[in-house]
Write a new protein. Sequence first.
Length: 190
Amino acid sequence: MILYGPPGSGKDTITRELCRLRPDFALFERLKAGPGRTTGYRLTTVDHIEELSRAGELLYRNARYEAEYAIDRQGVAALVDSGRIPVLHMGQVAGVGAVAGFPLHWIRALLWCPLDVTESRSVGRGDRDVKARMKVWHETREDLLTHEADPWTLTLRTDQLSPSESAIAIIDAVTGSASAESRDIRELVA
């Protein structure tokens, strides 16, 4: 399960709701080296991430907010082997494509909210880097527009749906009880 979207689009909130509704869902904690939030990550060093990269053990690696992040093959495999459905948080379309290299049927959920909602949510949760998150919202929008033909299993406007409604839509997509929803990306991010 991949949740892609800009800061403040609800990835953390929806993941908590998914896990509450279905305990077989589990947040995939990315590797992180650097400053900032620590909750939801496995803290490590840049050297360790580089070592995993050289060994071919990373599905995806990126830098943002002055930190390095990585999705390691073994971390995803451990969740799958334990019978859990990994929930990956992504902020780059390239990462969504890169994790497809792991042999799993990936459901791709695009979470979206307008810039003012991202700002309000960021301020409300006490982010110290609100301006950086606003910049990343714009980068995410451009990333989507650049890859507007990429397929999404479903798209959700998280400013129009509750976390429960969003989680239920995702569960329906995972279980195959809902048909894929197609939205015009340009219209979505307008």
